[in-house]
Write a protein that binds this ligand. Sequence first.
Ligand SMILES: [Zn+2]
Length: 213
Amino acid sequence: MSFDKSMIGTDIDFDREGVQFGTLRLPHSVHRSAYGHIAIPIAVVAKGSGPTVLLTGGVHGDEYEGPVALARLAREIDPDQVRGRIIIVPTMNHPAFVAGTRTSPIDGINLNRTFPGKRDGTATEMIAHYITTELLPRADCLIDLHAGGSSLQYLPTLLAPRWSAGQGSAHRGPGRGLRGGKRDLLRFDPRPERGGSGDRQFCRSERGRFPDW
Ligand SMILES: [Zn+2]
């Protein structure tokens, strides 16, 4: 075990085929439990060879749509339709999700602003470190579901990095490019009362104009 290995353990075997439901064990020492932990649900579905897709929700605990959708997907997914691996973590910041708050009730931190995290840091920093060191390296693609939560209202939106044809592979992959440079904003508005037609509207944006990031 290297010094940098995450302090979060799991009963999940990421290399095993089939459907697994388990937990990520976030160390949490409190008065009533010196060696306690917080159990963060995780599901893995794997079959055959293919890419790994990482699906996460609940980075902000008051955004319930992603966790509901991902929990339903984890229950209903048919492994016979999978070629590769799907890792699902519906409530990434589980303490915040349980509390229904955007930031963690343990350390007051916004997980989305904590990357790459810290191995022996606070609860939220340890979660970010686990994502950085254990989940992202396994993933070919990351889809992180957000919503407006209790303080914002969003149209259905997809934010994705845009790479130029000449960029090397070092700039590709989950977690790369989302926080720097330009990215595309893909917005859907299906509400006819608001003039929406359901068509896609593209525009380009710079970092910093969207409060969720
Ligand atoms: Zn969010």
